[in-house]
Design a protein around this ligand. Structure first.
Ligand code: FAD
Length: 472
């Protein structure tokens, strides 16, 4: 059932309370439901977007500017899935090396995740050379509120309470007793055997940091909560063109055919050999027809013969030609972190977020090396040409065009010095607090995060089932 506020929720004896109704929270509740386990989802936002609710996501950035963080997440039923692009791809197994989690432990939940996201389990990878693969994405049309509203309204095992913000927890020595929530301007204490934070890649850290301030002795203060925050800088690396027929010939039957951009990704070998991070390239075809003309004009000046050839290929629609966008990995850095503001609070009395962020030279070097190697590949195989932007030489000019993926802050690991949850997503030293979402990502890879988030939530349902059996 769906309740407008906590006053209407019939009882306060819960086994499992999940905070947040985005992809992470809803996927977990759906999987628990399949196991006949009841859960209550507590959601801060309303059924749909509201400026007043969004205002509680206010933040300050200290350091380098990020594109508008305010609109890179949504505080409403369904969370940011009301806004997301839907691009899905698994994180590479080799990106998981520092996660204390084997890729099989996540991959066995792929079928269920695809069902939730209405996508096919088809993520091909075709080897172009030792440094690059053509990669396949799936596109999910799912907005979680839209897809699951009726289901949750009719469910006997999932209750959803809207307009209720968790601010902090009470308890001692790792035993989380109650969650303090503000619902309809009133304060309530929510009881549960297990609490799960699924409030997104910034709020998960913010809530834990506020809990440390409010309930001394509940959480180990030395845990690096909020630290190692990462995004996927979305970056315009240059322009270029690619002859589709040549690419098809090179890849033979492995060529991945689908509409839209051509996606290429760095291989493990490229990352290791050049000591860089991961990156994916999006060669967009229909981006900006002006660019076609500019490229042809430039080539006609330098090499008239080649220019004419390109113009002909454009007419024959054999070219992918345009902006080269890149989704880049960021190095986990403890200095990039979420902390609490000391002077400003949100409507419900919680300090707003301060995000300390510095762009990194390594990300820029990664972009440059990847484009250089891609340029070499294109020339050697006569696949096309790449023109790298001049700005790539200068960190000050490097502009991050989107900060849509928020990762880290409560990362997975064994060591309490550089991680916050264990591989079962339980807060270190806690008895009953779990965290799901991209805040647990130890490293970011290049792949968009939500498919992995959904798989982690489904896996968490297995762990919670085991935990419930232990105490019953
Ligand atoms: C423009 C844009 C495009 C994107 N495109 C893609 C894409 O193509 N592919 C991809 O994989 N990802 C994409 N993303 C990222 C994707 O939206 C997120 O990875 C995903 O939504 C994260 O799910 P989540 O449930 O962890 O967090 P969210 O979706 O942010 O949900 C968190 C929920 O918690 C609630 N909440 C917050 N604080 C509290 C509190 N204190 N108490 C109770 N509830 C609270 C929020 O209201 C919200 O409902 C995109 C994001 C943006 C902004």
């Amino acid at each position: 059932m769906i309740f407008k506020n906590f006053e209407n929720v019939p009882n306060n004896n819960n086994q499992i309370v999940i905070f947040g109704s985005g992809p992470a929270g809803i996927s977990l509740a759906l999987e628990l439901e399949k196991k006949k386990i009841k859960s209550l989802i507590i959601e801060a936002g309303k059924k749909s977007y509201s400026d007043a609710s969004q205002e509680n996501y206010k933040y300050k950035i200290i350091g380098d500017d990020l594109s508008d963080l305010k609109y890179s997440r949504l505080r409403q039923f369904g969370g940011t899935s009301d806004l997301w692009g839907g691009w899905c791809r698994p994180i590479e197994d080799w990106n998981l090396e520092k996660w204390d989690l084997n890729s099989n432990e996540i991959d066995r939940y792929s079928n269920q995740a695809c069902e939730i996201l209405d996508i096919k389990l088809d993520f091909k990878k075709a080897k172009l050379n030792e440094y690059f693969n053509q990669i396949q994405f799936q596109y999910s049309p799912v907005k979680f509120a839209q897809k699951y509203e009726n289901h949750i309204s009719n469910s006997k095992l999932i209750n959803l309470c809207l307009n209720s913000q968790v601010t902090n927890f009470t308890g001692e020595n790792g035993n989380f007793k109650q969650a303090r929530i503000i619902s309809n301007q009133k304060e309530f204490l929510v009881n549960s055997k297990f609490f799960i934070l699924a409030c997104g890649g910034i709020e998960n850290s913010r809530i834990l940091l506020w809990t440390i301030k409010q309930s001394k002795g509940l959480i180990d203060q030395d845990l690096p909560i909020g630290k190692y925050w990462m995004s996927h800088p979305w970056f315009l690396g240059g322009i270029g063109f690619l002859k589709k027929e040549k690419l098809k010939n090179l890849l033979g039957t492995n060529f991945i055919t689908y509409d839209g951009p051509i996606h290429l990704a760095s291989s493990k070998k490229l990352v290791k050999e050049k000591d860089i991070l991961s990156g994916a390239i999006y060669l967009n075809a229909d981006e900006d027809t002006k660019i076609y003309k500019e490229i042809v004009k430039d080539f006609l000046c330098v090499s008239p013969k080649y220019g004419k050839k390109i113009a002909k290929m454009l007419l024959n629609k054999d070219l992918k030609c345009g902006n080269i966008f890149m989704n880049l990995e960021e190095e986990p850095n403890p200095k990039n972190r979420i902390s609490l503001d000391t002077s400003e609070k949100d409507m419900n009395g919680m300090p707003i977020t301060n995000l300390y962020y510095k762009k990194s030279t390594k990300t820029l070097i990664t972009a440059k090396r990847i484009l250089e190697e891609m340029g070499n590949l294109f020339v050697n195989e006569n696949l096309g040409r790449v023109a790298i932007r001049d700005e790539i030489e200068n960190l000050d000019n490097y502009e991050n065009l989107g900060t849509y993926h928020h990762m880290g802050g409560t990362r997975i690991g064994k060591n309490k010095k550089d991680s916050v949850v264990n591989s079962n997503l339980k807060l270190h030293e806690s008895k009953n607090l779990f965290i799901t979402g991209s805040s647990v990502f130890t490293t970011g890879g290049y792949a968009n995060p939500t498919y992995t988030i959904v798989k982690l939530s489904i896996r968490l349902a297995d762990e919670l089932e085991k935990q419930l059996k232990k105490i019953s």
